[in-house]
Design a binder for this molecule. Structure first.
Ligand code: FES
Length: 117
């Protein structure tokens, strides 16, 4: 059975920021990526680090030899323990898409964010 959990007011979660909340005794990170909201469980599938406390940033994109192209600014979460990178929008690990962190739906209603869990 799913439930809704209030995260807070939309205006209090600015683009590029996150909030970690407790849901059913587990921590979930809620992220604002350029005005869209995503939620990930705060546990890295590698060795259990608090993934959602990691750095939010960009990653290197596929490019020709000798070129370094940076992209996906604000969509990438880097684990604080071993720096594995995850796509905030899907929960998938960037180097191995078979590895993913659990995601949750976030809805906006009347200026408030609600997590569906
Ligand atoms: S615990 Fe996250 S990359 Fe190792």
């Amino acid at each position: 059975m799913t439930s809704e959990w209030e995260v807070g007011r939309v205006e209090d979660l600015k683009p590029g920021t996150r909030r970690i909340i407790n849901v059913k005794g587990r921590q979930v990170g809620v992220f604002n990526v350029a005005g869209r909201f995503y939620a990930l469980r705060n546990i890295c599938p590698h060795q259990g680090a608090p993934l959602c406390e990691g750095e939010i940033g960009s990653t290197l994109l596929p490019s020709r030899p000798g070129e370094y192209v940076v992209g996906r600014e604000g969509e990438v979460l880097r684990c604080p323990w071993h720096q594995w990178e995850f796509d905030i929008t899907s929960g998938r690990c960037l180097v191995d898409s078979r590895v993913r962190v659990k995601t949750f739906e976030v809805v906006v209603r009347d200026g408030h964010l609600f997590l569906i869990a």
